[in-house]
Design a protein around this ligand. Structure first.
Ligand SMILES: *Cc1c(COP(=O)(O)O)cnc(C)c1O
Ligand SMILES: [Zn+2]
Length: 400
């Protein structure tokens, strides 16, 4: 890794110069979920006179574990729009990360992991994924001339698998769940020397995911709250860390409150954030990208939650689907259910808004249309004439 960067174990505090590559803490790391020994990367202080615009022009390099921006993929990753809208009389900012190359937030992590692999001569990258991480790695590797191996549970949504296949990745479906895919990917890394992109396990996933915080700071300054849909908690930790780093460098005046949104049926991260009771009932939600039984990044989230402001919100699957449709119909933004959860969290948040809340829209609605089939009625085909049309419109008298 670039010289001057150190890492700190969030569990035992061990601070050291990381190896290439470095995954968990060498003293206390344990890859059984939730992972123990997750590493928090520390950067040397920024040069005097550094500005947000200057960082942006440098592709955030002083705060990334990379040697050259030239190793990033030749695609527009991040730099997504932030829309200011008024909804129900309240102002809110929508960060549309469905506009990434493979249509999800995961591209931010894949890009940094892939660039790092490029700089270290690592030719094959493997990932265990429930869908978006795999399709993202596949697309980014295709642009970089790298090989992606994507290990998924057999039940992963078809659109995401098809994406990974079309990008030319090696797709492995396992008879089992995400935990089985995760374990197999670690064994494959060891056996074949493949670089591992697993979320949280590879600390660079957090580094990539923090770049949205940098962009938001450029686009509007420090928000009051950021609404994040949470599964493993890597997007949340990444965005949090991004704001923390900017605040430490004196580039923003406060660290926003993280509003962590989970589905009611998949709320094991918020349930275990403060307590050590370690109860992980099996997760169920229609929002497959945030359906996580044992959140991999729990240790890092506990570390952050002990130090910085946050709130937690849980939303039902019904509220998630209502919110996703509301966003499509009132804002023209078609997002997948996981992103709908963040919007549902904001809508549920009621009156306390200052007009400086950001909602992260993490993935495109085209990624996962199965849950919508149950909500929308596909119109039956009609004869292509005006009588049939006026009938279909419910006006048999032709009165439109
Ligand atoms: C992965 C993902 C999330 C959740 O991110 P975590 O880091 O697992 O908390 C949310 N939305 C979408 C679209 C995702 O793909
Ligand atoms: Zn440790």
């Amino acid at each position: 890794m670039r010289s001057g960067i150190t890492c700190t174990c969030v569990d035992c505090g061990h601070t050291f110069a990381p190896d290439d590559p470095q995954y968990l803490c060498p003293r206390c790391g344990d890859r059984a979920a939730p992972l123990r020994g997750l590493l928090y990367l520390n950067y040397p202080a920024l040069a005097a006179g550094t500005t947000l615009d200057g960082l942006s022009c440098a592709d955030w390099l002083p705060l990334l574990p990379l040697c050259s921006a030239g190793s990033l993929p030749p695609l527009r990753v991040g730099r997504t729009p932030l829309y200011q809208r008024t909804v129900d009389g309240r102002e809110v900012w929508l960060k549309d990360d469905s506009q990434n190359p493979t249509w999800s937030y995961k591209d931010r992590a894949s890009a940094v992991v892939s660039a790092y692999a490029h700089e270290h001569g690592l030719k094959t990258i493997v990932v265990a994924s429930t869908g978006n991480a795999g399709s993202s790695l596949a697309g980014i590797c295709a642009a970089q001339g790298q090989r992606a191996v994507v290990i998924v549970p057999a039940a992963a949504p078809e659109a995401k698998l098809m994406q990974a296949l079309c990008y030319g990745a090696t797709v492995v479906r396992v008879d089992g769940n995400y935990d089985d895919a995760f374990e197999l990917s670690l064994r494959a890394s060891e056996a074949y020397g493949w670089y591992n992109r697993n979320t949280a396990f590879n600390p660079l996933t957090i580094e990539g995911k923090k770049t949205a915080a940098f962009e938001i700071a450029c686009q509007m300054g420090a928000p009051d709250r950021v609404f994040v849909p949470v599964g493993d908690g890597v997007i949340a930790a990444g965005v949090w860390k991004g704001f923390i780093e900017l605040h430490k460098a004196g580039l923003i005046d406060k660290i926003p409150c993280m509003a962590l949104v989970q589905a009611t049926g998949s709320a094991n991260l918020v349930r275990n954030l403060a307590s050590q009771n370690g109860e992980f009932p099996p997760a169920h939600t229609l929002a497959d990208s945030i359906c996580v039984t044992v959140p991999r990044n729990l240790g890092m989230m506990r570390y952050l939650a002990a130090r910085y402001p946050f709130e937690t919100i849980t939303v039902s699957d019904g509220a998630i689907m209502d919110a996703a449709l509301h966003l499509a119909q009132t804002q023209g933004l078609f997002v997948e259910p996981a992103a709908g959860a963040a919007w549902a969290g904001w809508l549920a948040g009621g009156g306390s808004s200052s007009g400086r809340d950001v909602v992260l829209l993490t993935g495109s609605g085209l990624k996962d249309i199965a849950p919508l089939r149950r909500r929308m009625t596909m119109p039956a085909p009609i004869r292509p004439d005006l009588d049939a049309l006026s009938c279909a419109l419910g006006n048999p008298d032709g009165d439109i």
